[in-house]
Design a protein around this ligand. Sequence first.
Ligand code: ATP
Ligand code: MG
Length: 662
Amino acid sequence: MSGLNSQQREAIYYLDGPLLVLAGAGSGKTRVITQKIAYLVQDCGFQPRNIAAITFTNKAAREMQERVGKLLSASQANELQISTFHSLGVRILREEAKALGYKPRFSIFDSADCAGIIGDCAKTVDKATLRRLQSIISNWKNALVTPEAARHLATNEHEALAASAYLGYEATLKAYQAVDFDDLIGLPVKLFSEHPQIAEKWQNRLRYLLVDEYQDTNACQYQVLKLLTGIRAQFTAVGDDDQAIYGWRGADIDNLKKLPAEFPALKVIKLEQNYRSTVRILKAANNVIAHNEKLFDKTLWSELGHGDPIHVTACRDNEAEAESVVMKLQAHRFEHRGKFRDYAILYRSNHQARLLETQLRNQKIPYLLSGGQSFFDKAEIKDIISYLRLLANEDDDPAFIRAATTPRRGIGAGTLQALGTYAGERHVSLFHAAFEEGFAHRAQARQLEPLLEFCHFINRMQARATREPAQQVLPDLLKAIDYEAYLYDSEEQRTAQTRWANVGEFADWINRKGEEDGKTLIDMVQSIALINMLDKQNSDEIDAVQLSTLHAAKGLEYKHVFLVGVEEGILPHRESLDPAKLQEERRLMYVGITRAQRSLHISYCEKRKQARELIPCEPSRFIDEMGKDDVRFSGGKQAVAPDKATGSARLDAMKALLAGKR
Ligand code: ATP
Ligand code: MG
């Protein structure tokens, strides 16, 4: 326990009841969790399998597993349950599926699958509307609002439409033996509430709970925590109200305030020393966040020295910005003889990555993109996964439709429509309907033949996939469906090549996993949807620049950070300008700044190309809020701090001030 300060040690040793560690960025909250796990196992006689740690992302879970692995023996570390709320939910649901009327091999639908179903239920294909409906339904589910209750809650047109689709959506999911991401949290709550004996079983199994990034839990996750800890209430939650950035997805900062009220025995420990960033970076972060309403009093200081000033660069437009960032990064790396992986480029929205990617590729700089469109979202990978999903759960109708028609095998839209109608009447899945005599009577022989051939093929592969290791089954499956030929038939040669290479990469990944964990294909398919969700790449060993959204960078740290597109309309986002949302945007800026250990470069554009037009932009108010003492401005017409009151006298005064500073 050396190398920890006294508050950290207090937090680690405290076992007399529920504990909340409340502290600013980089103060060692996550470190408290890792060390506490080791303490529980080594000194307090806890069995590793009785401890569950909950992180915000899979990547964070992997990192924590690795760090704890260094403190414990390998077998101890393997038994620990370090996961996200979602993957913990999957574990509980797979084991208890029956009690909820699911089979253990239920499918987990990704956002695109779910949007399709909602579209069917709401009878709309309009993408913007769909996205709205999906987010409304998701928010209801996260707040544990039932379809019936939603009808009464709906206050506008969109909500009314969402409420009318919600019931059908839930019924469809159930019929497919599928759950969505929200169910991974919501269904355990339902399970534990309706079956106290199951709740008790899990309370006895998970005797100590540790939760990281507690400020971003939603109502549902809070219930899971409460139900899992039961009256024993043995848990440590760590969090920072200033880093609550998932309100838009239903996270509720009130869960922080609720804790002392609902757990009167709660002890609160604050950490104040920041071990991550230089004094200047920390000061800028503190200055920005001071503009928010304060929930809890916190102080944060650093002993890591003054450090470099923060650089703020104005760029002509977004292309110039990407170019400048990549050039600066290269020069900086050269000067400091650093590694690429010491650098992160962070931005507010996914679309901002495109120009950066182009520049990095031009300069042959390796990079990893996280939180964006991923490998697993590529059409060819989704094609293959649809087969695997079907092997795991033949009632997964969306997977059935995709697999049955890709590659084309003579099963046409007409056949599927007839099958769908019949299955609907009979309340069975497409797969089962295909085998029923009633359907055979209705269908024509030329429709039935390819359909049955496909279903028999799935049956055969299913039998193999349960028995044999993954690395044997997948290549045979690819060969049997002749996927390579299909790609070359339907795409240009070069595209087909890339796509086939991606399939190869996927197969390699499956093989590796199969060899490492001895898992069958079906075991693996069941976790793919989860990988899909937040972070997909294992970036630890690769020397590459990290490209990430601010949201996906939470909890992480990088020696050098470039924060780009820090403009009004982007950060803060133009749709988040009302007072409450603006505070969340400010927290996002705070998260961004505090990812940096040694250096921070911020940039904004004076104009931004949007749909071929150059739109004038203004630097973000957050730049101003950092204060000017530790900031160096450069570039652009106005190499000065942005100021909303642009009286020329003030501008001149500021210029003079800055000139003096340089
Ligand atoms: P965030 O709010 O961003 O999630 P955090 O509070 O979880 O941050 P950690 O990531 O745990 O902070 O710690 C930040 C850095 O400080 C890490 O590199 C960690 O190893 C280091 N650190 C934490 N505590 C100490 C300590 N007592 N001595 C030295 N280094 C420490
Ligand atoms: Mg942390």
